[in-house]
Design a protein around this ligand. Structure first.
Ligand SMILES: O=C[C@H](O)COP(=O)(O)O
Length: 210
């Protein structure tokens, strides 16, 4: 098991920053760190994503894992890794990205939905997969595919909230990716970083006993 997968399984929550404006980004990251969230994914369709990854590695690298999300292809993967990304997450499976990560010691957690895609990602060398969109599929779907595919670590992403987070872990998720319910952009724009910290703490507490 790679060190980053170990961290993912231990920390359980990846905060997804999508389309955050650079001027708010550091305060938002610090608010989540204060609330106990230590894995941060900056999506590559965020303006200035590479610069943000690089800056956060410098500023928060000693207390957070910083990775890239929405890594759709090899070009994006190379840009993210050059910026310092420690893990790559995608909504899709691109074997070239998995292969690149494997050869360069970077964790890749590709997005998949069906059992066939999950096994294809696993065979390509992915050490974990992201089941997406989890909210649409639901925790029962996860529980059912986990029965035959129990050896493959699965991250549940999309639609995770306080009222269902524990269901996904009970169904077999090793971790969750959380966007809008954790990195609430309205609060960010209103400067309510205290609310971000409070929300982060609630999610961190919800997975502490798991
Ligand atoms: O890629 C990120 C997911 O779409 C996040 O979904 P969410 O905002 O429902 O947590």
């Amino acid at each position: 098991m790679s060190q980053m997968l170990d961290v993912l399984i231990r920390e359980k929550i990846v905060a997804i920053f999508r389309n955050i404006e650079d001027k708010y980004a550091d305060q938002a990251a610090e608010a989540l760190l204060d609330g106990g969230i230590t894995l941060m994914e900056i999506t590559m369709n965020t303006q200035g994503a590479a610069g943000m990854i690089s800056r956060w590695r410098d500023k928060y690298g000693n207390r957070a894992g910083i990775g890239a999300g929405t890594v759709l292809d090899l070009t994006m993967a190379k840009e993210a890794v050059a910026a310092g990304a420690q893990f790559l997450i995608s909504p899709n499976l691109d074997e070239a990205v998995v292969d690149y990560g494997t050869k360069n010691g970077i964790s890749v957690w590709p997005g998949v939905m069906t059992p066939t895609e999950i096994v294809r990602a696993w065979k390509a060398g992915a050490e974990a997969v992201k089941i997406f969109p989890m909210g649409t599929l639901g925790w029962k779907y996860l529980a059912e595919i986990k029965a035959p595919l129990d050896k493959i670590p699965m991250m549940a992403t999309g639609g995770v909230d306080l009222d269902n987070i524990q269901d996904y872990f009970k169904a077999g998720a090793c971790s969750v990716g959380m966007g809008s319910k954790l990195v609430n952009m309205e609060w960010v724009r209103e400067g309510r970083f205290d609310l971000l910290t409070e929300r982060a703490r609630k999610f961190a507490d919800a997975v502490k006993s798991l």
